[in-house]
Design a protein around this ligand. Structure first.
Ligand code: MN
Ligand code: MN
Length: 302
């Protein structure tokens, strides 16, 4: 190697390694694809269904506001009452991967019971996400937040893996069609039919986790835009309400079987909540009695 090519080689190596550093820095800078701004207020834009508060004197209707989604936690049941979140493609497009790091939520008062990753083991029920992992793939951190056990309910495995997963995917299908959605998932009643049969609770040491009888999810979908969504939602907006018993035998049906399509009015009467309470009364009454017709162009998510 002569002197010139030696120097050229050194310069090239320095150049290439400095490019690598730049790339690494750039990647760090663009790794965050997730929405920004006051995210917590987006999740409750349409209302707080049970009047939950971040108040230790309300342990069974305790508000947990996070950037990723918002929860009303029920300490005595060990599950959320409901979880509410905004959904559009920006939440699930990016460089995040499924983290699978199920764990206790550290943001509850420290002396409260909350399930941990193994609390449902051998119960015959899945750790069923409320806000789905696949709705939060804009970054690893946003995805990881869906694995707090405060986002889980004991869900019959076939309910979770066969029927609910397609319903979750249908909402992302609507987002991919250019919609943005306000989604609330919750549960009511006691007792479900899991892999080992009927159970009304899971015993976790000295604590008990309620197995819900039925699991519901409602969504309002509007064309995506920067408008004030509260003003943009009207009596013509798309609204979907699904309520499916927490049993394994539902795998024989589709999520949108007439058995399971219901109204928000019906879910309000079963839960005692007031959903979408920030919408004007006339809009609520028009929307909450509507029964959804599935998009005929939708075939499958997979
Ligand atoms: Mn699931
Ligand atoms: Mn309402």
């Amino acid at each position: 190697m002569n002197r010139i090519s030696y120097i050229t080689t050194i310069i090239l190596i320095i150049f290439i390694s400095s490019c690598r550093d730049d790339d690494a820095n750039n990647n760090n800078n663009i790794a965050e694809f997730c929405p920004t701004g006051d995210l917590a207020s987006r999740h409750l834009l349409l209302g707080n269904p049970s009047g939950a508060q971040t108040n230790e004197n309300m342990p069974n209707n305790y508000l947990l506001e996070m950037d990723e989604y918002t929860v009303s936690y029920n300490r005595d049941k060990g599950i959320p009452n409901w979880v509410s979140w905004h959904l559009s493609t920006e939440w699930f497009t990016g460089d995040g991967n499924r983290q699978d790091d199920f764990r206790a939520n550290p943001f509850l008062p420290s002396d409260w019971y909350t399930p941990n990753s193994s609390s449902y083991s051998n119960s015959g029920f899945d750790r069923g996400h409320n806000c789905p992992s696949a709705d939060r793939l804009c970054s690893d951190n946003f995805n990881s937040a869906t694995f707090f056990m405060t986002n889980m309910v004991p869900q019959a495995p076939d309910h979770n893996q066969q029927i609910w997963v397609v319903w979750e995917c249908y909402l992302r299908y609507l987002a991919n069609q250019g919609m943005e959605l306000y989604v609330i998932m919750g549960n009511y009643g006691v007792g479900g039919e899991g892999f080992f049969g009927y159970k009304d609770k899971i015993i976790d040491g000295d604590n008990e986790i309620t197995v819900p009888e039925s699991i519901w999810k409602v969504a309002i979908a509007i064309e995506e835009g920067d408008d004030n969504d509260l003003d943009f939602i009207d009596s013509q907006s798309t609204i979907i309400a699904i309520d499916i018993p927490n049993t394994n035998d539902v795998e024989a049906y589709d999520w949108n079987d007439p058995l399971f399509i219901t109204t928000v009015d019906d879910i309000e009467s079963k839960t005692g909540y007031d959903l979408f309470s920030n919408l004007p009364e006339n809009v609520q009454s028009a929307l909450e009695s509507k029964v959804y017709q599935t998009d005929p162009n939708f075939t499958s998510c997979f």
